[in-house]
Design a protein. Structure first.
Length: 154
């Protein structure tokens, strides 16, 4: 698909594309960064039939505890994971003007719902969401478990 971010090793990134004919779809990717001991969740809006706005993406840094909270939802041990990051307490934001980030992961009737919201220092909120199917979530579960093993060198 066109519109991929530049400078990435795409073999290590788990990607999901959800375009639609109304051009209101989205795409997301999970990028494991071993040197930062984190997985980066990135989400972008659909621009064209097969193109997404990766330049305008939202990013959320998932540390080990965040990954475990998401895994609890993916393994049906919890219905909801509410994650909140204040960039002033750990540099989790992708932009200096970001006040906070919130990621909600929830099990639904037909898969899993991921919604990322960023609030800027001037109070504006930007949100994007994507739904992932059971089979897509199985891939994500495997990737996140492997990330935890590599973070802890197990």
């Amino acid at each position: 698909m066109d519109g991929k971010p530049e400078g990435k090793n795409y073999e290590s990134i788990l990607k999901f594309y959800k375009p639609n004919k109304q051009m209101q779809g989205s795409a997301c990717q999970f990028d494991f960064a071993p040197e930062k001991q984190a997985v980066f969740f990135e989400i972008a809006r659909q621009l064209e039939e097969r193109k997404f706005d990766w330049a305008g993406k939202l990013t959320f840094k998932l540390a080990d505890v965040d990954i475990c909270k998401i895994l609890l939802v993916l393994k049906d041990r919890s219905k909801l994971a509410n994650l909140f990051h204040d960039p002033g307490k750990g540099n989790y934001a992708s932009s200096e003007d970001t006040k906070n980030n919130a990621l909600v992961v929830q099990k639904g009737d037909f898969g899993y719902f991921f919604k990322l919201s960023q609030q800027t220092k001037d109070g504006k909120v930007n949100s994007m969401q994507i739904n992932l199917s059971e089979d897509e979530v199985l891939l994500l579960e495997l990737m996140l478990e492997e990330a935890i093993r590599k973070i802890y060198k197990w």
